[in-house]
Design a binder for this molecule. Structure first.
Ligand SMILES: Cc1cc2nc3c(=O)[nH]c(=O)nc-3n(C[C@H](O)[C@H](O)[C@H](O)COP(=O)(O)OP(=O)(O)OC[C@H]3O[C@@H](n4cnc5c(N)ncnc54)[C@H](O)[C@@H]3O)c2cc1C
Length: 477
């Protein structure tokens, strides 16, 4: 079977075919039982739906400071699972697959199985249970990533959960040990602790270590009372019985919980596709090598998203998808003598969009970041000015009775340009957007502070005050 286009992965890859491709034959290959990729089925979307439930439980348990007598009485875990998956995620996933199989996509064939290269532009996979070999003029690899499981856990034989199954547990665990201290670990820690599970965290370094030091120091101090943390520790061994998993740490501590969640990072799926057969190079960690335009080392084979990106984030995968689609269309316009897509000048292409990539962590308190940390800014040689502004010093912070939330801005004194913005506190994932705009459009922070209104008493005033606290030459009006 031959196709004009083959797409591996139904996450971001599923958004590749737009009306421009209606006359082309397209194969989409997906191996997972659920169609639609990580973000939909076990990533961004369901986790945030759990976090909203957790935030509500947490508010009920901590409303005393506002003079409100509420308590958290307990969570109906099966009802939460049903709301997230039964009423939303699984419906969208099934609908997406039916749409691709249906009359509205006559030019698309869906293959449900593992894809693996057997030669240049040639793949083996499965169609209706039969092994098949297919070829394509252009191949888009959007195969994503998977959880990294440390050997000490993988080789021990203990049962463990990852983002792929923890949200579908039939019952809420009484206690859970979370291995890891990054964004996935912190979102699940907040979810489970707020819903009444005892949470133990094991991590070899401080939580959220990659963030600006002022933010991660404060974050670690703020969350310490909520979790049983074992920081600076490694797992020496793991064992289990019918009801629990026990980790023994390198200081001899033994931790027994009803469940173990492994959230120690993710590895790109490039190593599972026999890429060498197609001449596609990858880095040591399984990440596919791509140039600025999304081209792999093999002619006519492109890659995007977690499988090849330095950023494992959905908004980056989406942006890379748009860039690669544009570039593929440019290449398709330039055909060689046989009619196959030919080479095209990179001046017609758009580079992978990797400037000013923001990220948000929907834990408690929320975290959001864009641009450089202070350390990075100083290392890069900027004339740095910084301001840490407490939420508690602005009017909405008073309303929240906030303690501990901050925004830290880092700017270049010479040019009055923003270098980095880091939020920790309520609405961080929304507040960061204004700073993304400032960076994307290279705005002068003096104009940003004074040439627009800041709605009073919205929490955005914390940003206004932070800008005004920078050592910049502001007008006196
Ligand atoms: C718990 C969690 C929370 C997250 N939260 C956020 C968030 O809040 N914000 C954010 O921006 N990002 C978040 N992410 C990251 C985000 O989910 C990913 O960056 C994004 O989904 C990557 O999209 P993708 O298209 O590259 O890969 P995917 O969506 O993973 O799609 C790849 C698909 O390819 C399939 N596949 C792989 N190999 C093969 C093969 N050989 N043959 C056939 N099929 C194959 C896979 O089954 C998968 O369906 C989160 C991730 C996790 C795990």
């Amino acid at each position: 079977m031959h196709f004009d286009y083959i797409i591996i992965g139904s996450g971001s890859g599923n958004s590749f075919p737009t009306p421009e491709f209606d006359d082309a034959s397209i194969a989409i290959i997906e191996e997972a039982p659920r169609f639609g990729g990580t973000c939909l089925n076990s990533g961004c979307i369901p986790t945030k739906m759990y976090v909203v439930a957790a935030d509500t439980a947490h508010s009920a348990a901590t409303s005393e400071r506002l003079g409100i007598h509420t308590t958290f009485e307990g969570a109906d875990w099966p009802a939460i699972v049903d709301r997230v998956f039964g009423h939303r995620v699984d419906i969208i996933s099934r609908g997406g697959e039916e749409y691709r199989r249906g009359d509205e996509c006559p030019n698309i064939t869906l293959f449900r199985g593992h894809a693996q290269f057997t030669g240049p532009k040639t793949l083996s996979t499965t169609l209706d249970g039969e092994d098949v070999e297919i070829t394509g003029d252009t191949i888009i690899i959007a195969a994503g990533s998977r959880p990294f499981i440390p050997p000490v856990i993988a080789e021990s034989g203990v049962p463990y959960l990852t983002n792929e199954d923890v949200m579908r547990l039939p019952e809420q665990p009484e206690s859970i040990t979370i291995l890891g201290g990054g964004f996935i670990a912190m979102e699940f820690a907040h979810v489970f602790q707020s819903l009444g599970t005892h949470v133990r965290i094991v991590n070899r370094s401080p939580l959220m270590r990659h963030l600006d030091a002022d933010i991660h120091d404060r974050f670690n101090a703020l969350v310490a009372p909520r979790y049983e943390t074992h920081i600076g520790r490694m797992v020496s061994s793991a064992s289990h019985d019918d009801n629990s998993v026990t980790l023994t740490l390198d200081d001899g501590t033994s931790l027994t919980s009803s469940a173990l969640l492994v959230a120690t990072g993710r590895v790109p799926n490039g190593d599972r596709m026999n890429l060498a057969a197609a001449g596609v190079d990858m880095h040591d960690n399984g990440r596919i090598v791509v140039d600025d335009y999304g081209r792999t080392t093999a002619d006519g084979i492109w890659a995007l998203g977690d499988v090849s990106s330095p950023y494992m984030l959905k908004h980056v995968a989406n942006a890379e998808l748009r860039a690669v689609r544009h570039n593929v269309l440019q290449a398709a316009g330039a055909r060689d003598a046989s009619g196959a897509p030919g080479a095209t000048s990179t001046s017609d292409m758009v580079p992978m969009p990797h400037d000013h990539v923001p990220s948000a962590v929907f834990t408690y308190p929320q975290l959001a970041t864009v641009g450089l940390t202070e350390e990075q800014a100083r290392e890069a040689g900027y004339d740095v000015t910084t301001k840490i502004q407490n939420y508690g010093d602005v009017a909405y912070g008073w309303a929240l009775e906030d303690q501990g939330s901050v925004v830290k801005l880092i700017a270049d004194k010479k040019t009055a340009r923003l270098l980095g913005a880091h939020y920790m506190g309520p609405q961080a994932s929304t507040l960061i957007q204004q700073m993304v705009t400032v960076l994307a459009f290279n705005l002068d922070l003096r104009d940003v502070a004074r040439r627009q209104y800041w709605t009073h008493p919205a929490l955005a005033e914390v940003t206004e005050n932070a800008i005004l606290g920078l050592d910049l030459d502001f007008p006196d009006y």
